[in-house]
Design a protein around this ligand. Sequence first.
Ligand code: NAD
Ligand code: MG
Length: 351
Amino acid sequence: MTRIALLGATGSIGRQALEIISAHPELELVAAASGSQPIDGLAPVTQVGGDLTELLERSQPEVVLNAVVGFAGLPATLWALEHGVTLALANKESLVAAGELALDAQQRGAGLLLPVDSEHSAAFQCLEGRSAEQVHSLVLTGSGGPFRGRTRDELEDATPEEALAHPTWRMGPKITVDSATLANKGLELIEAHFLFGLPYEQIEVVLQPTSVVHALVRFRDGASLAHLGYPDMRVPISFALTYPERAATPVESLDFSQGLMLEFEPPDLETFPLLGLARRAGEQGGTYPCAFNAANEVAVAAFLEGRLPFLGIAATVDEVLAEVDGSPARDLEELVEADREARRLAERAAV
Ligand code: NAD
Ligand code: MG
């Protein structure tokens, strides 16, 4: 039996995780949490809002699936890493904002960190068992979102409804908007840097509009390994929850009987500046990635509430990154302060 705590149980990832857990008698849901919706009876221990580390202390899970959205997932990420409890991580924002602190905690706890983000689950599988010196580079794929191929002018009046119409994935609203701006690929670039210890110049982003190729790793001998499959988050969720067993899922594997075309194209960094801003924030290091994430969270919320135009999301993040000092956080308190400062600047900029 594997004792699982599911954080963010009412969300898109959370609901798919519940499906996987209920299909496997050896997976036991011992705790569940949501941000605001009631979840009484879903698990022996449940919690709505508040400090999620209390729930983890009470339930003592073997695996924490962190599917909370945003910086709010950070305490749970650090708790799991510090305690050496396997962390199945969907909540990329926590690793982006607190990469160094998270890796320090993981070193002390010596537990497993298994990515649930589809690209990172794919890359993890392509990289597994191979030494760093064999790796030439990692290629993260993205669909390009609903606005792929548009020009800046065409995006001036883009509405939340249009941004929420993702072509290949059904996800929560925040990550769906991030996919439309390419901020999601930016967060994933930083996430990959911390997960796999690769410098930014060894991580490339390419668009693959049907989301069938989830990631590729190029090796020094000229070979590339890719991870393919229909876009369905139950695959990476199941991979992490049943690691290293790779349990069966209800997802069909690829069918070539009707043919299958795979197309790749470079991202348009001028129309979608958040990808470049994320790369620069990652390269600058310190608390720049934390500020990138915080400003983006504030700007996305403002966009979804109709207070900020679509192009204002990138403009807000750009402005905040130019204003923060970005010096490294020595501890969680300093990181939380950097997050708070970036949010304050973003609220002021997002008008
Ligand atoms: P969602 O909005 O559908 O669900 C978010 C969940 O987090 C909900 O259960 C909500 O109640 C909970 N939550 C929000 N704030 C909270 C708080 N302060 N404390 C406790 N719980 C809180 O989001 P989602 O699409 O499921 O995404 C969750 C995470 O997984 C995000 O970090 C996202 O980037 C990542 N992710 C999602 C997908 C996907 O397909 N949905 C794919 C890759 C990565
Ligand atoms: Mg992803």
